[in-house]
Design a protein around this ligand. Structure first.
Ligand SMILES: [Zn+2]
Length: 79
């Protein structure tokens, strides 16, 4: 995973569980809010850190939404 996004000051993050059977790892996605236009109805796209599954989740079905980046990364790294 590239880490270029850590350079952004204004990043919103979202998390959800991997849909792959027997995986269920916490996948994380992010969006920069700094001058980036996006459609709120657009699904968030995730890549599972464990099995590599790529999937999309509508914003209203996210497990974690718009949480502080540092907090979420801490949770992921502790998993
Ligand atoms: Zn997975």
């Amino acid at each position: 995973m590239p880490h270029d996004w850590e350079e952004f000051d204004d990043v919103i993050t979202a998390g959800t569980c991997c849909p792959t059977p027997d995986c269920g790892a916490l996948a994380v996605a992010y969006r920069a809010t700094d001058g980036v236009e996006h459609d709120d109805a657009e699904p968030w796209e995730f890549t599972c850190p464990r099995c590599g599954m790529e999937f999309a989740v509508p914003e209203d079905e996210l497990v974690l939404q718009s949480v502080p980046k540092d907090w979420l990364l801490a949770k992921v790294h502790a998993a």
